[in-house]
Structures are given as structure tokens and as C-alpha cells.
Design a protein around this ligand. Structure first.
Ligand SMILES: NC(=O)c1ccc[n+]([C@@H]2O[C@H](COP(=O)([O-])OP(=O)(O)OC[C@H]3O[C@@H](n4cnc5c(N)ncnc54)[C@H](OP(=O)(O)O)[C@@H]3O)[C@@H](O)[C@H]2O)c1
Length: 240
């Protein structure tokens, strides 16, 4: 069985056995160098993965109902978040954007079949320049948060029909999902370079290594020049 088939089967079984009805089944999927860097420096768009792993990313997109990134990734990479290098449906694009900094000329406004969802704070400013564009602004009650709070945001996504969510980054978003124990699965593309740049995972409030999120069972296989590592994310009860 090819790597692509293995990952598709594994994801299907994980989604099927997912119990919660309060939030989507969530997969973290991103590319990193062997030292954990996702880019050379924050705000820099860098293509890390080889063409085969790039295809796998598009396959993963097609296997989820929604795809989520932080606004900093939109500002630096201007992604389309569509399925172009695989056959399948486009996931719903979703951006965490507390202060509505989405650029009016973002490629996401030209999405072929979906209005991008901008998750923002209820009390946040509504940018006039964004009003007429091809997106839906969804306001989440912040309760004193500086960021869009993830639990109510995920619960709302589930209510809106998103049963599976792929989180592509960047680091602040990956870190927050791990800190709160809200990612269920991970697919990492590890590119065999050491670049000493901006790391995928920041402070997730772990003081004791025994309660760190664990990838188990872990799977790995070479794909093109890269190593793909995937598995379930397990948290100690104290994290959840
Ligand atoms: N290698 C890869 O696979 C990959 C993938 C994606 C991105 N990247 C790289 O990662 C870099 C961007 O990452 P980043 O860490 O700077 O930013 P990010 O994670 O893309 O976005 C973070 C921003 O999202 C907003 N946000 C709203 N609610 C949030 C919440 N609950 N948790 C976290 N963020 C929330 C915040 O801005 P507001 O306060 O304005 O809302 C926050 O500053 C870029 O250089 C990009 O190229 C690499």
C-alpha cells in the first residue's frame, strides 16, 4: 500500500472513532526542517517540502471539511488553501483573524467555490475595506482574550458542519492547539535540512516532560526527499 493510501485509511479510521460532538476532529499538518523550523524567520514564506510531500498536503486538504491557518500565514504566504495537486473537494478555508487584518487583495478572496470564513473577536473592529469581499466574518465572544478563543470557535465550526479540520499553521496556531489539547492527529513533513529558523512549536506550558503531548502510535516513511511522520496525539489528563 502506498504512503498516500496508508494515510488516507488511517485518517478515515481516526475520524470514524472520534467521539466528541462539540468540535471537529483536528489534524495538524505542516512541513518542518529537522530542527523543528517551519521557516527561516517569522513572516518569511519558504517552500520546505519536496513535490511528493506537496502533493500529500493537497491530498490531506481533500480529506478534511475545513482548513485553518492564522492570519500571519495569510500575510506572509498569501495561500490559496485549495486542492490543486490531488483530486478531491476543496475544504472550507478558515482564518483566525482577531483584528480583521485580512488583506483585501488576498488570493483567498478568489477561491473557486467557497467564501473564506474569517473568525474574529465579537468586540473587534469591522474593517470597511473588507465588507464587500468574498468572505464571511464570524464573530466569537472573546471574554477578555486577545486572540480568538479556540474552544468556542471550534464548537461553532462543528455547528456549521465542519466535522474534520486540518490546521496548516503557522507556529502560533499550532502551539495554541497543542497547549489546549485540541489537535487529535499530526502529519509532519520533515525535510532533511537544518535551518535554525522559526520553530513550529512554542511554549505549551509543559513543565514536566511526562505530561508532554505524545505521538502514539507513531508511523514514518520516506516520501521523495522528505520523511513523513504521522500518528495520533495523546495528552495527559492534566492538559485537557
Ligand atoms: N512550514 C509550514 O508548513 C508552514 C505552514 C504555515 C505557516 N508557515 C510559516 O509560519 C509563519 C507564520 O506563523 P506565525 O506563528 O507567525 O503566525 P500564525 O500562526 O500563522 O498566525 C498567528 C496569528 O493568528 C491570530 N490568531 C487569532 N486567534 C488565534 C489563536 N487562538 N491562536 C493563535 N493565533 C491566533 C493572531 O493574530 P491576531 O491577533 O491579529 O488575530 C496571531 O498572531 C510564516 O512565516 C509562514 O510562512 C509555515
Amino acid at each position: 500500500m502506498s504512503l498516500n493510501q496508508q494515510i488516507e485509511r488511517w485518517l478515515a479510521s481516526r475520524k470514524k472513532s472520534f467521539q466528541s460532538t462539540n468540535r471537529p476532529f483536528t489534524t495538524l499538518a505542516y512541513a518542518q526542517a529537522w530542527d523543528g523550523s517551519i521557516t527561516t524567520c517569522r513572516g518569511q514564506a519558504v517552500a520546505l517540502s519536496c513535490s511528493e510531500s506537496g502533493q500529500l498536503t493537497h491530498q490531506l486538504r481533500s480529506l478534511h471539511d475545513g482548513i485553518l491557518v492564522g492570519i500571519e500565514t495569510v500575510l506572509s504566504d498569501d495561500p490559496q488553501l485549495t486542492v490543486r495537486e490531488w483530486t478531491g473537494k476543496n475544504p472550507q478555508p478558515i482564518i483566525l483573524d482577531s483584528r480583521l487584518r485580512m488583506p483585501p487583495d488576498s488570493k483567498l478572496h478568489d477561491h473557486p467555490d467557497k467564501k473564506c470564513w474569517l473568525l474574529t473577536l465579537e468586540q473587534g473592529d469591522g474593517s470597511e475595506s473588507l465588507k464587500s469581499l468574498n468572505h464571511e466574518i464570524i464573530r466569537i465572544r472573546g471574554h477578555g482574550h486577545d486572540f480568538v478563543p479556540l474552544l468556542p470557535a471550534l464548537s461553532l465550526l462543528r455547528e456549521k458542519g465542519i466535522e474534520s479540520l486540518m490546521v496548516e499553521g503557522g507556529a502560533k496556531v499550532i502551539t495554541e492547539f497543542l497547549r489546549l489539547g485540541l489537535a487529535d492527529a499530526i502529519v509532519m513533513t520533515m525535510t532533511p535540512k537544518l535551518i535554525g529558523g522559526y520553530k513550529a512549536v512554542g511554549d505549551i506550558d509543559i513543565e514536566d516532560i511526562s505530561v508532554a503531548p505524545l505521538i502514539s502510535p507513531i508511523n514514518f516513511e520516506k516520501l521523495g526527499d522528505d520523511l513523513i511522520v504521522w500518528g495520533d496525539l495523546n495528552y495527559s489528563e492534566s492538559v485537557k
